[in-house]
Structures are given as C-alpha cells and as structure tokens.
Design a protein around this ligand. Sequence first.
Ligand SMILES: [Ca+2]
Ligand SMILES: [Ca+2]
Length: 127
Amino acid sequence: MFDVERKGYITCDDFYRVLKSLGDEPSDAEVLDLYREYDISGNGQVYFEELLVAIIKREEGLDELEKEFRSLDKNDDGRLDRDELAGVLTTSRRDIGSNSVDILKKYDSDKDGYVDYKEFLKLLKTR
Ligand SMILES: [Ca+2]
Ligand SMILES: [Ca+2]
C-alpha cells in the first residue's frame, strides 16, 4: 500500500494514498496539515511508527489511549515497567499475554525493559 521498505519513511504523497485508502477525501491542504501533525519527530519525514500512531489515533481517538497509558503509568515516567504492565492485564480485555513478562517479551521492541508509549500503541493493535 505504501512504501516502507525502500525509503524507510512515508512521503506526503504516500500519506495521501493511505488516507484515501481509509476512506477519506482529503484536500491537498488537509493532507499537508495532517502530515505535519503526524510528523512527530519534526524532520519532514513521517516514519512508519509515526503513521501507525496516526492511524490508531483516527481509529480510537488518542485522548482515550493517552488516558489509558497515563492511568497505567503510576510513577509518571512515561513508560510501563513490569509492575505497571500487570495493570494492563487486569484492565485490558485484549489478548496480549498471560503475564507482564510475556508482554515485555512481545512488545518491548527496543529491549530496554519498559513498554513506552509507541510500544504500548502496538500492544493496543493486538486484539
Ligand atoms: Ca512507569
Ligand atoms: Ca521499550
């Protein structure tokens, strides 16, 4: 659908196609606005992870996700440790593993021992 492999990021044109494929009929100006908004790292290129965040935002509404993340992040350090992840297991209806060690293994993609917000969004993609 869009080129991730070759360039490693998504151009504004790719992004337009993605929005189209989601059923939108955005104007050029809207696409540019959204593209800038989703360019989280602010370097003029939207990476796949950023787009993933954008797409989940559209699907679920980021406010809810942020609230969920913050409510789990008890010590407010912006990432979920093993104890905090245990909370996901009790509050989430998603099938994400049977214990917090499992979750870490599956979703801690940079292996720092924590699930940060981006990793958390991937977790939420799992149903
Ligand atoms: Ca934390
Ligand atoms: Ca991590």
